[in-house]
Design a protein around this ligand. Structure first.
Ligand code: ADP
Length: 402
């Protein structure tokens, strides 16, 4: 039997998330997370879905190499080791692929060099992604390693959506343009939404709202992305957990000139101390809703600003797409916060979408419609599965090579 397992690795700066899948039936064999790498209090939580057993390790894990070695040992304890002939490939999430990587790509030295060249536009993410790939290559040099880029789905955006209105020569010299992120999720969710509607992705126009800690919206026409809210970096667009999203760029000059803040301070302010957290001190939507229920005005205003921005993007993407078949909510907030979904769609009935309060209140893991049958535009909750999408793309590529 040909190898059918794919290990998916999502390497962050101090964490590694992983899943081992069997692509014969897309089932999960194991999943886990290593957190706080490089600290004394590192933790690995591993679940073997084959047995249902969960194991936890607490104690220092010095670096990504040590983290991956521990993951490999855990997998081996369940008979799922990385040396297994059944492992077909390792799929890596890579955040920034620039304009160069439009598809999942088998990693070689040139690919590594290009991901490295993109570090200036993805300083928080690409270095960790690279470390993960290099570590995995050292562990299994003979195995195909596939990079799946968060930006790839957005490379179909027309120049009119991808360009900023600045001097073209400067933009080209410094590769300043809108790349978009969360692409694996937008691709998966737009396709799953078409399936939920019982139609082919090519026939369906969808607005996807990926609302997690990071958040982005995309306009998908017939399965291809035509606009998205994140830009050169994941800072642009919606109000997020700790990121500001859109703002007048002159705010930055003002804070530097009048506030005397350094570029690094402003960077930290906008990426880590803004968004919901900056507005009300909390970035978890559950906590914000709890405070709103208690009559907290600061939390209410943060919620209102979040919803106002979301609505503006929904409206903009109606204009970009011309015809919209569905709005799909996904990720932590989108999948769980019924109040956010209801508020985002409230008042848009004239454009076609509506939310049925009863359907919206039902919780579940399956893709589902929350609009009444009479709505001209469907509204859906479609749980995202970036790991499965990375595994699928990896397996499709490695299968093609054979
Ligand atoms: P990321 O992958 O960007 O870290 P997730 O997609 O996991 O984020 O989303 C995390 C966010 O989801 C949390 O910060 C929290 O605000 C929100 N969330 C999770 N569960 C709920 C819930 N039951 N109700 C409201 N919000 C929730």
């Amino acid at each position: 039997m040909s190898p059918s397992r794919v290990l998916v690795l999502n390497s962050g700066s101090s964490s590694v998330k992983y899943q081992l899948l069997d692509m014969r039936d897309s089932s999960r064999l194991a999943t886990g997370l290593v957190e706080r790498i490089g600290e004394q209090t590192s933790r690995l939580r591993h679940t073997a879905l084959t047995t249902g057993e969960t194991r936890e390790h607490n104690g220092p894990i010095a670096d990504h190499q040590a983290a991956l070695k521990t993951v490999a040992e855990e997998l081996a304890r369940d008979g799922l080791g990385l040396d297994s002939p059944e492992l077909a490939a390792i799929g890596h999430r890579v955040v920034h692929g620039g304009m160069f990587f439009t598809e999942p790509t088998v990693v070689d030295d040139d690919v590594l060099a290009e991901i490295e060249r993109l570090i200036p536009v993805a300083p928080l993410h690409n270095p960790a992604n690279l470390t993960g790939i290099r570590t995995a290559m050292a562990l299994r040099p003979d195995l195909p390693q596939v990079a799946v880029f968060d930006t790839a789905f957005h490379t179909t955006m027309p120049e009119s959506a991808a360009r900023y209105a600045i001097d073209t020569r400067i933009a080209d010299r410094y590769r300043v343009r809108r790349y978009g992120f969360h692409g694996t999720s937008h691709a998966y969710v737009s396709r799953a939404t078409a399936k939920l509607l019982g139609r082919a992705p090519e026939d369906v126009n969808v607005i996807v709202l990926h609302l997690g800690n990071g958040a982005s919206a995309s306009a998908v026409r017939g399965g291809r992305c035509v606009d998205t809210s994140m830009g050169l970096t994941p800072l642009e667009g919606l109000v997020m957990g700790t990121r500001s999203g859109d703002l007048d760029p002159a705010v930055i000059f003002h804070l530097a000139r009048v506030g005397g803040m350094s570029m690094d301070e402003i960077d930290t302010l906008l990426n880590k101390r803004s968004g919901l957290f900056g507005l009300c001190g909390d970035n978890d939507m559950r906590e914000i809703q709890r405070r709103i229920d208690e009559g907290d005005e600061e939390a209410q205003l943060a919620f209102d600003i979040y919803i106002h921005r979301l609505k503006k993007y929904i409206g903009a993407y109606f204009a970009v797409l011309g015809r919209v078949d569905a709005i799909a909510f996904t990720a932590g907030v989108g999948e769980n916060a019924a109040a956010v979904r209801a508020a985002a769609v409230a008042g848009l009935e004239g454009l076609g979408p509506a939310v049925d309060d009863g359907l919206n209140a039902v919780r579940g893991d399956a893709p589902r419609l929350i609009s009444p049958a009479s709505a001209r535009v469907a509204v859906a909750v479609v749980p995202t599965d970036e790991e499965l999408e990375i595994a699928r793309q990896t397996y499709a590529l490695v299968g093609k090579d054979k």
